[in-house]
Design a protein around this ligand. Structure first.
Ligand code: CLF
Ligand code: SF4
Length: 360
């Protein structure tokens, strides 16, 4: 048990009854002086806690469930945006391979530049092959990279490049976690392909679950060759997002939901959004305060106060774990979120920072 717990990336699992599990706890924790230890479980090892029913009928289902749950914990522990607790010093590479989008958010302004520090911005759009080369160069010099993410600058499912890129990355780097961010419009219809290319952590940006209000944030949706506007567009988007989340969560994917907090528009709906997405199977919730971007329809919206953000997080936390370390990453970010960004070295360009916003 001690040996297994000491191997990085390993969680020992006990397939036994509650009495043996208790002894293992004593072994790992008590005789260790409660110093903690192990990679993903600290001083307590997961156990199927097999009872009479399992002893008679076999505990294979319990064991399978426990293995799946433990693998999720391991994955989350290696992920900068899905681990619980403090920032964990894990890194990610964002590959800017998705140029277009199929919806129109009022705060969005996708840009090619090296100056702005926000989602939706990249120094260039990469082809899938170029993106693989960026990953090769990055992991060769940065051992802290554990995640390859695609978060734009547009929507990852609106064009085929994100999935084509993940397919290549999964072949060459099977151990890196594949992370994707989407507006969710095409998630349900493309879920099987998303799973097939190796994506295991997914973020869906759900800005409201009330069509009237969402129509003020998202003005237009293009779906199956048709343009939808107003509440009709919002209804379609919400329905596709929620069914998509349910589908991938049931398939075992770890799902986070992002909401862009827009004062006077969706700030009173955060609790309902959090409850709704948690019921659909999302595990984590990230509230991103809007930073109005010049030239967009929301450029005059007032930025959120600390009290508004705190209030929204407290309300959401009643239903779902809240992620609090979001760094509003660019679509081409490389490194530990909030730490040094190495895209400069990789793309050989100098970046200066200028605050503004979108989704990530
Ligand atoms: Fe990137 Fe997003 Fe994956 Fe993280 S970012 S695709 S989940 S690997 Fe993280 Fe950056 Fe916030 Fe996004 S800090 S903007 S939440
Ligand atoms: Fe599309 Fe994302 Fe921009 Fe919304 S914020 S329009 S989903 S790229």
């Amino acid at each position: 048990m001690h040996t297994a717990a000491a191997i990085p990336g390993t969680i020992p699992i006990a397939h036994c009854g509650p009495g043996c599990a208790d002894k293992q706890y004593t072994n790992l924790a008590f005789y260790n002086g409660f110093q903690g230890g192990g990679y993903g479980g600290g001083a307590v090892s997961p156990s199927v806690n097999a009872g009479e029913k399992e002893v008679v009928f076999g505990g294979n289902e319990r064991l399978e469930e426990l293995i799946k749950a433990s693998l999720k914990i391991l994955k989350r522990a290696k992920h900068p945006c899905f681990a619980s607790g403090k920032p964990n010093n894990k890194g990610r590479i964002h590959l800017p391979v998705s140029p277009g989008c199929n919806i129109e958010c009022q705060f969005c302004d996708r840009k090619i530049n090296s100056t702005e520090q926000r989602p939706g911005v990249t120094i260039q759009i990469l082809t899938p092959d170029e993106a693989v080369e960026v990953v090769r160069q990055s992991v060769a010099s940065m051992p802290e990279i554990s995640v390859v993410g695609i978060a734009g600058p547009g929507d990852t499912l609106a064009t085929p490049y994100a999935l084509a890129t993940f397919r290549l990355i999964n072949k060459e780097f099977p151990d890196l976690i594949k992370c994707m961010s989407t507006n969710g419009l095409l998630l349900e219809s493309m879920a099987d392909e998303v799973i097939d290319v190796g994506v295991s952590t997914l973020t869906v940006t759900v800005n409201d679950v009330f069509p009237e209000t969402l129509s003020k944030i998202c003005s237009r949706v293009r779906f199956a060759g048709k343009i939808y506007e107003g509440t009709e567009a919002a209804e379609l988007l919400i329905s596709k997002q929620l069914t998509g989340i349910k589908h991938v969560a049931q398939a075992g994917m770890i799902v986070k939901v992002n909401t862009v907090l827009v004062p006077t528009i969706n700030n009173n709906h955060i609790e309902t959004i959090a409850k709704t997405v948690a019921e659909c199977g999302a595990l984590l919730y990230n509230i991103i305060p809007i930073i109005p971007v010049r030239g967009t329809a929301f450029d005059a919206v007032s930025a959120c106060t600390c009290t508004e953000i705190d209030d929204a997080r407290r309300k959401a936390e009643k239903y779902i774990s809240v992620f609090r370390h979001c760094q509003h990453c660019r679509a081409d970010a490389i490194g530990v979120p909030g730490g040094i960004d190495y895209r400069e070295q990789i793309y050989q360009n100098r970046i200066t920072q200028e605050q503004t916003f979108s989704h990530g």
